[in-house]
Design a protein around this ligand. Sequence first.
Ligand SMILES: Nc1ncnc2c1ncn2[C@@H]1O[C@H](COP(=O)(O)OP(=O)(O)OP(=O)(O)O)[C@@H](O)[C@H]1O
Ligand SMILES: [Mg+2]
Length: 460
Amino acid sequence: MESDPLRAAREAAGAGRAVPATAPPPTGAAPEPVHRSSATEVFDAILRENPELFKGNREILRETYIPSRLPHREHQIRQVAEVLAPALKGTVPSNLLIYGKIGTGKTAVVAQVRLDVQRRTDMARKLTFVTINCGNVETPYSLLQTIGNTFAPTESDRIPTGWSLDRVQASMRQMMDTRGGIVLLVLDEIDRLVARSGDGVLYTLSQVNTELDKARLVLIGISNDLKFTNNLDARVRSRLNEEKILFPPYDAPQLQDILRDRATEVFREGVVDAGVIERCAAYAALENGDARRALALLRLAAEMAERDRSKRITSDHVIKAKSRLEQDIIVECCRTLPPHCKVLMYAILQAFERRREGVQTGDVYDGYTRLAQRLGLQPLHARSISNYLSELENLGLIRATIVSRGRGGRTREIVVDVPVSETFPALLDDPLLAPLARPRSLSQTILTNFDNPGRTGPSS
Ligand SMILES: Nc1ncnc2c1ncn2[C@@H]1O[C@H](COP(=O)(O)OP(=O)(O)OP(=O)(O)O)[C@@H](O)[C@H]1O
Ligand SMILES: [Mg+2]
């Protein structure tokens, strides 16, 4: 049976009696009783019963935290440093492309090297880092504007919106030249920039040195799309590829080392059960060796433990964390479906919720058509719907099985592979689908009316 912290507190408080201070009195001084309020006793007892899992700073488990050590990336850190080192002797380093699958430490390694450069005055004087996450940059204009503005000495020197692209480029060059030295431009998630706006702006940047006087630009591209350079103009590709560093996925023992480092930093001693780190690492190793996933599992497992008011993080918490993480990923995946695919998924969920078993594709198609018409959309043809069904199946959101219907032949049935109640709101988040927000079901209406006899008739 769980012990009762409140009772323990009451006992410790001795039913309101004063408790002696725990620290010994100074020698020679008379012991002085310290009067502690019963509330303090309750708080202390609760802490004793449910000791904090965390030492203090929970941010250590967040993605944005840069740990002081990056186990199993020593080699890559050295490689990046070797590319940049010529700057110490006044030579312009080569452009660099860093690539590897998601969560392999690319961003973290570059952030680490940047910190190391900034700590050394001899390097910091010669090198200026500008780091841009291309996922947050909409257009070539905003990219050049952001680069230029990092060199703007005052607010009034900043490049506004609305200039011509040529003027932005000229202003960016001029501000870089005023600063002088070597500018290391880190374009993180560079593939997203190219996917969004082509490689024109990379061409501009890769040949900007010919127009600079006192400054020199070095490009460091980071990508998790290993093939993205295939779509680049040959000149851009060869300039960007002067040096290349591959980040391989982590294996399970490597992920364990990464997690152990963080766990020691973030958790109090003895709160992580044996097997917890191993389990998080094993799950993440199966998911492409993604350190982000491993850390997210550990963080969620700790949150589950806290919610259970557990004194320790156990393997059970990791199992719960894994299914929660999978749900979150599924819901996120639904949010990014194309509009008609969302309507189709909605129709599947509706039919599945009604039947609680496999639904036939014909019923799904009818349901989709009705919903599309209700939303004022022109329903897609059966062939397109069939393609979307395959896409939903590939994403793991549904499963389609062939069911034998006796003499009626064989038919395809669809089963939903996602948590229904969480997926509905994810789809309804799209303003296009918002009008479908479900009216209260009849059973709810009846119950409500029973509770409030004053109300009659179905509610809307
Ligand atoms: N060797 C490591 N030691 C400690 N933490 C690491 C290590 N590698 C990665 N991490 C951590 O894992 C998370 C993901 O790493 P990071 O963001 O660097 O991955 P990435 O390769 O840039 O992924 P993406 O391609 O998705 O951007 C971060 O929180 C990072 O601190
Ligand atoms: Mg990254």
